[in-house]
Every structure is written in C-alpha cells, then in structure tokens.
Design a protein around this ligand. Sequence first.
Ligand SMILES: [Fe+2]
Ligand SMILES: [Fe+2]
Length: 380
Amino acid sequence: MSDAAMKSNAEIIGRDRVNDLEAVLSVVGREEPGGIHRVEDHCAAEFTWDYAKGARPKLDKLYEKAKKAQWNGSTDLPWEIEVDQEAVVRANAQANGDSERWATTDVSGTVLQSWGDKEFVQFGIENQNWMLSQFMHGEQGALLCTAKIVETVPWIDAKYYAATQVMDEARHVEVFSRYLDEKLSGHYPVNAHLGLLLDDIVSDSRWDMTYLGMQIMVEGLALAAFGFMHMTTTEPLLKRLLRYVMADEARHVAFGVLSLQELYGELTAAELRERQEFAFEAAVRMRDRLSLQEVWDRLGVPTKDIIKIMNQAPERDDFQILLFSKIVPNVKKLGLLDAGDGWLRQKFTELGVIAFEEWTDSTEDADAFADGSPVERMVS
Ligand SMILES: [Fe+2]
Ligand SMILES: [Fe+2]
C-alpha cells in the first residue's frame, strides 16, 4: 500500500498528537434534550436458508454453554445489601492506597489546592457515579450492536449465539441501571469519546465492524475494567454483580474472536488495513474517555488544572495500560497486529500496550466455556 493511502492520525482520531490532552478534554458529553439519541443504521438485514446447526462447531459449542449460563439479575444478586456510598469511597481509598497517591501529586496552583477531605470524598463519589454510568451506557451499546449482529451476520450458528448475547446485555443494562438508581447518587450522560465510538460502530454498514468495535474492542476493554473494579471494590454487592457480568463478557469476547477469525483469513490487504485503523481509533477513544471530563466539569475544575494533574499520575497510566490486556492478544490472534507492514503493532507500541501480545487470548478464557450459570458455579 502506498503512503498516500495511509490515513493520518488527524483523519482517524481527529487530532495529530495522540496525547494532546487539551484536545481530549475539549470534548465533553452532555445530556441530550428529549432523552434519546438516534443513529442511522446502514446495514442490510440478512436471512439465511441454511439452517444446518453446528456447521461452525466452536460457535455452536459457545451457544450451548450460553443457554446454560443464564442468571437472573433480579433474584441472583444480594440487592438487600445497603450501600453507604461515602463509607465505600473511604474504604476503597483505604484499601487501594489512594490517599498516599494524592499526597504525592503536586496540586499547587490548581483548584485542588483548596480541597480538603470533603472534596476528595465527593470526587470519589462522582467518580463512581460516572464509571457505573459509563458501564451502563456501554452495555446498552452492546445490546443494540448484538441485536444488529443477529440481523446481519450470515451464519445461523452466529445468529443463534448472538441472540443469547442480546439477553445477556439486557440483563447487564438492567443490573447496572438498578445499582445506580438504588445504591449510588446520580447519573452521568454518556462520555463524549465513548459516544463517538458507539456511533461509529452502529453506523458502519459492514457486519464485521460491529464485531470488531463491540466484541473485540469495547467488550475487551470492559472485561478488563470490570476485572479491575472487581478487584479493587470493597462493596460486596458490586463485587458479585461484576463477577457475574464478567462471566458473560468472557463468552462475548470469545464470540468475537471465533467469528472474525474465519472472515479475516479471506480479506485483502486493503480491507485489513481498514480494520487496523478502526481498531486504533477505538483504542484511542476508549483511552480518552478515562480522562473523566464530565466529572471534572461537574466539579468545576478547569482544563489547565486537569492537564497538570493528569501529567503526573503514573498510576493512572498503569490502569489505562492494563485495560488493553484483553484487546491486544485478541487483535493479534485475528492477524490484525501484523497485517500488512505491522502498522497496528507500531500504533500499539506507541500507546505503550504492546507487551500484552504475549498474554492468552479470550478463546482460552475458562469463563467462556464454563458449565452452568455463575450462581451454580458459585463464582466469587
Ligand atoms: Fe455486557
Ligand atoms: Fe457483553
């Protein structure tokens, strides 16, 4: 492929420098009037007359597992647990050493200079409300995308499996929404970067792009993020909720890898390049959303202050990097890392996440092919 055909960063992500924080922070998600958001869906719905179940044995196996792995968000979670959000924020901070980290961050010359315990706790509370809100919006994105895959994927085994994922995602939206309403103290609109990504995924006319954007990128990142929160929260209801959701997500990501593997073996170099660029765009958008713009905005912290704070928070980088632990090995398994001249390998190296290529991919995740529901398996 000639250099002329290569898209620049500005064309793919709307800015030249990946780490241009000012550009990242200039995009803030807002509540939409009317409370709805409509995206044009350009896909053709596709019938198949080939009903032979099991033609793709790995997808068929996943479908059989999924039927037995269902759980009930109303009755299988301990909703009776009372959550004192402020106490949870304090306990989490204690357990994870947050206050020591803040103590070593230089906040002089920023609004945070005048913050005391009350303001930092409020930040923790808003952070939780924001994070769980984004999980909920992302889950709705997954619900819509998977319903779309049922329509557009040409193989009956994939349509069957995707139908089980639609049910899983409905349950995820339900439990995150309920947790926010009953246990936390406020909602946030969808983060601007996540919103841009979801719009791109939904409006793309090629069915494999739905999979790549959702199952590989968004869900790959979500699985890692849920794992991180599962590990760091001290709140038992949320811990259980996340663990159950993760058991489903492992299947969803495996579904993406198993489905795309077959297709990507047949694509041309130019078609693979487009997939590489889309994966890179998604990676950057998901990293950008972790800048918490909407939280800073609500707390009245100006952009210049946020940049100063973010530029000296190495633990935030660790978290960001860890979030790519599922994506990178899966993208490698699909051949996207090294396709063409290894363009995506180069981009992931620049993002600092390439080391995860050696980690196991999601087709080997024990949760994906486990027998029985999380309730029966008594996962903890
Ligand atoms: Fe989900
Ligand atoms: Fe999912």
